[in-house]
Ligand binder design. Structure first.
Ligand SMILES: [Mg+2]
Length: 203
């Protein structure tokens, strides 16, 4: 991290990308590549957001896996990131949750969020599917957010240029590609917003 972290953030002022932040999309991609296509991929090999740029994989197979994760995240076994469920449920006690994804389809990932977070939390959740990576800024602003967590470095740089406060969720594909504040995990996101309940839990 090369810049100082923002001060304590109210949970109602921060929004979240889904894939690579809330959802462990890399785990699902690697598992499906191995189980259904016999292709071994290691997390540290995914050094570019466009995985076909860094992996020696047939682009059609890559597209097929991402299509599946987009259309049927529950069937594909997409999981929450460690601690994401716990922290998001806690945040939901303070303010509605807001997710802005570049996915073009909202309903499959809305259903996934409902199953993963539970009906009660989901009923207080706002979800926008932009269909476009570089179109998040206006939605984030319209939702009244100032802070946004995303794993795509270019998205975060665009948000910063627009005067918002992006925080990069550290992943192999964004390391060394930005000088923005970043977080390593969901306990670190919790620490940005809420006081620690138990000092031993601090990441
Ligand atoms: Mg993402």
């Amino acid at each position: 991290m090369t810049r100082t972290m923002p001060p304590s953030i109210h949970p109602g002022r921060i929004g979240f990308d889904i894939d690579g932040v809330v959802a462990d999309t890399m785990e699902a991609f690697i598992r499906i590549a191995r189980e259904e296509h016999g292709i071994a991929v290691h997390p540290e090999e995914i050094t570019a957001f466009q995985v076909e740029d860094c992996l020696d994989m047939d682009p059609e197979v890559v597209a097929e896996i991402f299509q599946r994760l987009m259309e049927d995240p529950l069937g594909a076994g997409l999981q929450l990131m460690p601690y994401a469920g716990r922290v998001l449920r806690e945040f939901a006690g303070h303010a509605p949750l807001t997710f802005v994804t570049a996915r073009p389809l909202a309903s499959p990932i809305a259903e996934w969020l409902r199953v993963m977070l539970g009906e009660e939390v989901h009923s207080r959740t706002r979800l926008i599917a932009t269909g476009e990576h570089d179109d998040k800024t206006r939605h984030i602003r319209a939702m009244g957010l100032r802070y946004f967590i995303d794993d795509r470095a270019q998205t975060c740089l665009t948000l910063e240029e627009a005067g918002l406060h992006p925080i990069v969720f550290s992943q192999p594909w964004n390391r060394g590609r930005h000088q923005l504040p970043c977080v390593e995990n969901w306990l670190a996101i919790r620490a940005l917003c809420l006081p620690s309940e138990n000092p031993d839990e601090a990441p």
